[in-house]
Design a protein around this ligand. Structure first.
Ligand SMILES: [Zn+2]
Length: 242
């Protein structure tokens, strides 16, 4: 997987004080945006995730609904299988059952991208706890703590889906292809999509943790902790699909 939700957010580096002041000055707007995003359904967020796919423009409009529905189902089905098998909703417990090497990283060396979670083949998952904590601290500070769920669990659940995806070639998110171009009837060049795995990963986390909101909202929250202006732009992008 090259480009993933949660995994990276590119930001400009503002000074700590500037960033903080900007968030506090915009707390009313942020709370209103959060409340609006909490109301959006999975299909709306899925349309946003499709729009971020590097080859979004090549997806025929007539295929979009099927891609959304099948990707959501793919994530839900995989979460249900694990819930039935391991009888726990805890992503940490499930990581142990799956023999994953789970690392909680407090510091991040590279500043090009800010990571929240990362799956690396064959079975390593890193969770960047300090970056996630920055986001939860901000929500607390502006008294926008509308979330009962632990964000670390959500990110870990999403990465567990990438592990499952990596080890099951027959999964919908691996097999769904779109036609890019063809040479008459002789040859058609096809490609898989990034968005199928991202939609399925969010749906997986939502089902596993019985969330009453779509976890794609974390894209906005995580960006907010690092760059208010970019989060504001992202909000406008997402809300377009509602
Ligand atoms: Zn992902």
């Amino acid at each position: 997987m090259i480009l993933k939700q949660f995994e990276k957010a590119k930001t400009t580096v503002l000074t700590k004080e500037n960033k903080h002041a900007k968030i506090l000055a915009n707390d009313v707007t942020i709370k209103a945006q959060l409340k609006n995003l909490l109301k959006l359904d999975q299909k709306t967020f899925a349309r946003y995730l499709i729009s971020r796919d590097p080859i979004a423009g090549k997806i025929p409009t007539s295929e979009i609904n099927e891609i959304i529905e099948s990707s959501i189902k793919c994530g839900t089905d995989e979460a249900t299988k694990l819930l039935n098998k391991y009888k726990t909703q805890s992503p940490t417990e499930i990581s142990k059952e799956l023999n994953l090497n789970l690392k909680l990283e407090d510091e991040q060396d590279t500043m090009d991208f800010i990571y929240f979670g990362l799956f690396e083949s064959p079975r390593d998952i890193t969770i960047y706890t300090s970056n996630i904590k920055k986001a939860t601290n901000i929500l607390e500070e502006i008294k926008a703590n509308y979330f009962k769920s632990n964000f670390i669990d959500i990110v870990l659940a999403h990465e567990i889906f990438h592990y499952i995806e990596h080890h099951d070639r027959n999964l919908y998110s691996n097999t769904r292809q779109i036609n890019l171009w063809s040479l008459g009837k002789l040859y058609t060049h096809k490609s898989t999509l990034i968005c199928t795995g991202e939609i399925a990963g969010m749906s997986f986390a939502k089902t596993l943790l019985s969330l009453d909101f779509d976890p794609t909202i974390l894209d906005y929250i995580f960006l907010l902790a690092f760059d208010y202006d970019k989060a504001d732009k992202l909000y406008k992008q997402i809300i377009k699909y509602s």
